[in-house]
Design a protein around this ligand. Structure first.
Ligand SMILES: Cc1cc2nc3c(=O)[nH]c(=O)nc-3n(C[C@H](O)[C@H](O)[C@H](O)COP(=O)(O)OP(=O)(O)OC[C@H]3O[C@@H](n4cnc5c(N)ncnc54)[C@H](O)[C@@H]3O)c2cc1C
Length: 478
């Protein structure tokens, strides 16, 4: 998240640097395999869609059409694949967000590489091999101690993951529920893959998944959390878990990607901001990886915080604007925590969970059930509470195609607010000119939209009536 946030800050005109304790990213680390609609749309708005679509195509060529219907990515709930053929793709929420659909299969390492190029183009320095070990918020500066020296900064954002040193050093509590299970994910060479069943398999000892790519395995054992999450994961660890759960003597001969170990530690920071220190991404919330929400949640944090902190640093907005970051992002974080907790409840091997699983599977075999889950997983129904009655306010801006052949997203590459004016006499443009980027278009509905840099609609009108536009501009742009 640090890279994306740094890019957003740079676009907002801030002087920013990234410090990262690793000298290089671990090659091929197995974390997020895909991104949701708001993340794909965030890349689209910054001109990164073609690069993301290229990755998506490469992934599809590698794994085939798993999880896609009409070429669309659906995902799963607690290991139950959401059947794309059952989804009502004409549902208004889904139909409104298709322009960036071709960039959904972007695995985390490729996304990080894409963002690294993005920040490099923006001239943001990334200092690798530097670990933050101390901080002191003096009220008007933050003194940051690292293992290679110290520096001063106006603001510090901890994007340093679930074990965040910044969160700990700032004294921010991290309440939640304790871990109870151990999971592994790996891609391995398997001597006798016929001993494993394809897809998700429940046994009294846990759950494992084999596929969709050859050699890809995931395991979950519910009896205890990992003894030590910092020790390197070995081939023996993954093989032993797979053997225990499957009850076979399946043999792994090599690991082909850096495996990951995870648990259901589920927590949310007591506050996302304490003075001049803020948190984003896993530093602000951790949860099990089920349903593929963690990275997307962090991307949403970075997009929400970037323009706000940039505006405060530039003196365009009062510090109070930063409080809206926690207010707007906390409910989404809490929802993701519960969405993953629910999946653990359904996944367990005990008879009660098994009975619940039957019911959920039944619901997910219906058109309404699958459409509901796909809308949730894909993020198209995400909404934040903002003033105004128009149904688009607080939602991510839908696809908007303009008369000149461009899309509204094409006008957002530089960050900043966008005001779409489709009135016959340019009434909205007259109010927004000089304050925000104005895009005019032939008369059509919606007649006007004010879109924040994070893609959230701050104001909308279906008629030539500008009521509420000035208030929205005052509130967000000043
Ligand atoms: C097995 C697994 C599967 C997952 N699957 C999905 C999925 O399908 N979809 C999804 O959306 N999410 C998924 N996630 C979650 C996703 O990987 C995380 O939410 C995401 O990596 C969070 O990004 P982040 O930048 O906040 O933290 P991280 O990716 O943890 O990055 C933190 C960075 O900070 C650096 N750092 C840490 N401490 C310091 C310090 N003191 N000083 C300097 N640098 C420091 C670290 O080296 C690291 O580079 C999965 C996670 C796991 C483990």
């Amino acid at each position: 998240m640090g890279l994306l946030l740094a890019a957003e800050l740079a676009l907002a005109g801030a002087d920013v640097r990234v410090v990262e304790r690793l000298l290089a990213e671990p090659a091929n680390s197995m974390k997020a395999q895909g991104i949701n609609v708001p993340t794909a749309e965030a890349l689209d708005r910054r001109g990164l869609l073609p690069a993301a679509e290229k990755v998506h195509q490469e992934v599809l060529e590698r794994i085939g059409s798993y999880g896609t219907g009409e070429g669309r990515f659906t995902g799963h709930f607690a290991g139950m694949a959401l059947d794309p053929d059952l989804v009502d793709w004409a549902d208004p929420d889904l139909a409104a967000h298709t322009a960036a659909e071709g960039a959904r299969m972007v695995p985390q390492p490729q996304l990080e590489a894409l963002l690294a190029d993005h920040v490099a183009r923006l001239g943001v320095p990334v200092h690798r091999g530097v670990e933050v070990i101390a901080l002191d918020d003096t009220g008007d500066r933050v003194l940051v101690g690292t293992d290679t020296g110290s520096f001063e900064t106006g603001w510090l954002v901890g994007c340093d993951g679930g074990h965040s040193a910044v969160r700990r050093l700032a004294g921010i509590d991290f309440p939640g529920t304790d871990p109870e299970l151990t999971g592994y994910q790996a891609v391995a060479d398997i001597a006798d893959p016929e001993k494993l069943a394809d897809g998700w398999t429940w046994t009294p000892r846990g759950v494992y998944r084999y596929g969709p790519q050859p050699g890809r395995v995931a395991t979950v054992e519910f009896n205890s959390p990992p003894a030590d999450r910092s020790t390197p994961i070995t081939l023996d660890d993954v093989q032993a878990a797979l053997r225990r759960i499957s009850g076979t003597d399946v043999t792994l001969t090599a690991l082909r990607a850096t495996p990951t170990r995870w648990t259901d530690n589920t927590r949310q920071a007591a506050t996302y901001r304490k003075g001049r220190v803020l948190l984003a991404g896993d530093a602000a919330h951790v949860h099990p990886p089920f349903g593929g929400q963690g990275l997307n949640l962090g991307v949403g944090d970075a997009m929400n915080l970037g323009w706000k902190l940039g505006a405060v640093i530039a003196g365009r907005a009062p510090e109070g604007l930063l409080d809206s970051y926690d207010v707007e992002r906390r409910p989404l974080g809490a929802w993701v925590l519960d969405w993953t907790r629910a999946q653990i409840g359904v996944l367990r091997g005990d008879p009660k969970s098994g009975a619940l699983r039957e019911i959920v599977a039944d619901l997910l075999s219906t058109r309404d059930g699958t459409t509901y889950a796909v809308k949730k997983v894909s993020g198209v129904t995400q909404r934040i509470e903002l003033p105004g009655d128009h149904p688009l306010i607080g939602r991510y801006v839908p696809d908007v195609y303009l008369g000149d052949g461009s899309r509204l997203a094409d006008h957002a590459h530089g960050g900043g607010f966008l005001l779409l004016d489709r009135t016959s006499d340019g009434a909205f443009a007259r109010i927004g000119n000089g304050r925000v980027n104005v895009v005019t278009d032939a008369h059509e509905t919606p007649a006007g939209l004010l879109v924040r840099p994070d893609g959230v609609v701050a104001w909308a009108s279906d008629t030539d009536d500008a009521a509420g536009l000035e208030d929205a501009l005052q509130r967000w742009v000043g």
